[in-house]
Design a binder for this molecule. Structure first.
Ligand SMILES: NC(=O)c1ccc[n+]([C@@H]2O[C@H](COP(=O)([O-])OP(=O)(O)OC[C@H]3O[C@@H](n4cnc5c(N)ncnc54)[C@H](O)[C@@H]3O)[C@@H](O)[C@H]2O)c1
Length: 440
């Protein structure tokens, strides 16, 4: 986890989290363990529970416990176990958290419900997921948010990496490990074309699946768009935009990625074909109308039809496969930076509201990760020195892909020697048909 290691190396002398008592509720995976070790190296004490009953890697939880961390989690908790674990994290004599790191909002919700007085000592909440962020905004709107909160999900370093690439890299793995399905030629409908949906669609398309998309947001719908009849051959990402009821009878796989409730309701389950695989990549298990039903369930209808429901409708990749560490390094670093920012912020900088991580801090994450990716911070330093003028940027947009491959530009930096096009974008130059200025 390069960015996280870079942060640890840089900040462990200063101990920016000295005195912080962080209570966390996230997926307990090897990557989380590295985050917890980093927080401890920066001076924090941590107590942790899982945010999902299936995503805990038991060997990791055991190793953390052996290393002296208080971790309450195991794979396959019951609902009661889940809340018991969260309660054990916060309800401890002589120890009170002053920072919350949440994924989904359940920990925050529990403290609000059971121990509201704790908020007197809590300096802030860092929330990772879309779902948890929605809950925070609801609290804020109702005037009930009593500490500042940092919305990590919408920071560019989380959403544009974790949500998109983690899901693109892990959706196929999750489906393969559980069903052994062959993807080529399969008809798949992906509900929601946000970052997670885009990742899933890209992976399935690359494997030769026929991918349909449902969307309620016009912008995301337009991104997915492919319309054969109206505008011949015109499309954005080239996915058939459909209503779920139009394709539900014919599809082989249904994947929900909306973060919304009741996306696949009983009526759709009734109409699915025999053997249809149904799974969810969103945060909570409310996207699919699952009344009851570890890993793979065959739900059998009275006429003998079977639906293959994966992970009880809980997020598939974290329940049934693994996710790429390199991408999660970016998210974990963003979380650590958000904790540092909120914990050290002077009185009055943040009010009782939901904030985005200051952009400058997010860029540290990318730079840390980019430096180690490129193997040379000197390259980036060089590029920073040769800051491009706006004119150069606009000239650059006129260049063709061919020019990029030739690897030449006015400032004299060779693209090829700097490992290709991503570096062009890394310099904040607009490449042909794409914009990406996150590294600057
Ligand atoms: N599995 C993972 O590894 C992982 C990683 C990151 C985020 N998530 C979770 O995935 C979910 C989606 O995250 P995101 O970043 O893509 O969010 P997003 O807001 O970018 O995208 C969600 C999309 O779903 C659409 N949508 C909402 N309701 C819909 C409906 N009924 N039918 C069709 N489309 C609908 C929205 O318009 C939106 O475009 C969240 O719950 C998030 O917490 C999962």
């Amino acid at each position: 986890m390069p960015a996280l290691m870079a942060l640890r190396k840089r900040a462990q002398g200063e101990k920016p989290l000295a005195g912080a008592k962080v209570v966390g509720c996230t997926h307990i995976t090897a990557q989380t363990a590295v985050l917890m070790e980093t927080l401890a190296a920066l001076g924090a004490q941590c107590r942790w529970a899982a945010c999902n009953i299936y995503s805990t890697q038991n060997e990791v939880a055991a190793a953390l416990a052996e290393g002296g961390f208080s971790v309450f989690a195991w794979k396959g908790e019951s609902e009661d176990d889940f809340w018991w674990c969260i309660d054990r994290c916060v309800n401890l004599e002589g120890w009170q958290p002053n920072m919350i790191l949440d994924d989904g909002g359940d920990l925050t919700h529990w403290i609000y419900k059971k121990y509201p007085n704790m908020f007197k000592k809590i300096k802030g909440i860092v929330e990772e997921s879309v779902t948890g962020v929605h809950r925070l905004y609801q609290l804020s709107k109702a005037g009930k948010l009593c500490v500042p909160a940092m919305n990590v999900n919408d920071s560019v370093t989380k959403q544009k990496f974790d949500n998109l690439y983690c899901c693109r890299e892990s959706i196929l793995d999750g489906l393969k490990r559980t069903t052994d399905v062959m993807f080529g030629g399969k008809q798949v409908v992906v509900c929601g074309y946000g970052e997670v949906g885009k990742g899933c669609c890209a992976a399935l398309k690359a494997m030769g699946s026929i991918v349909y998309v449902t969307e309620i947001d016009p912008i995301c719908a337009l991104q997915a768009w492919y319309v054969r009849i109206w505008v011949r051959g015109q499309s954005m990402d080239g996915f058939r935009l459909v209503k779920l009821n139009e394709v539900i009878r014919q599809v082989d796989i249904v994947i929900t990625c909306t973060g919304n409730k009741n996306v696949v309701v009983r009526e759709y389950l009734d109409r699915m074909k025999n053997g249809c695989i149904v799974c969810n990549m969103g945060h909570s298990n409310t996207e699919i109308d699952v009344v009851s039903s570890s890993g793979v369930d065959h739900v059998i209808w009275p006429d003998g039809k079977r639906i293959v429901l994966l992970a009880e409708g809980r997020l598939l990749n974290l329940s049934c496969s693994t996710v790429p560490t390199f991408v999660l390094s970016i998210t974990a670093t963003t979380q650590a930076l958000a904790l540092i920012e909120l914990y050290n912020a002077p009185e009055g900088r943040y009010k009782q509201d939901v904030y985005l991580l200051p952009k400058k801090m997010g860029k540290h994450t990318d730079r840390g990760q980019a430096n180690s990716l490129l193997g040379s911070s000197a390259v980036l330093t060089l590029l920073r020195k040769k800051r491009l003028t706006l004119k150069e940027k606009s000239d650059c947009t006129k260049r063709t892909d061919q020019d990029f491959r030739k690897g030449r530009r006015d400032s004299g930096v060779s693209v090829e020697t700097s490992r290709g096009r991503s570096l062009w974008r890394g310099c904040g130059i607009t490449g042909p048909g794409a914009t990406a200025d996150i590294f600057i």
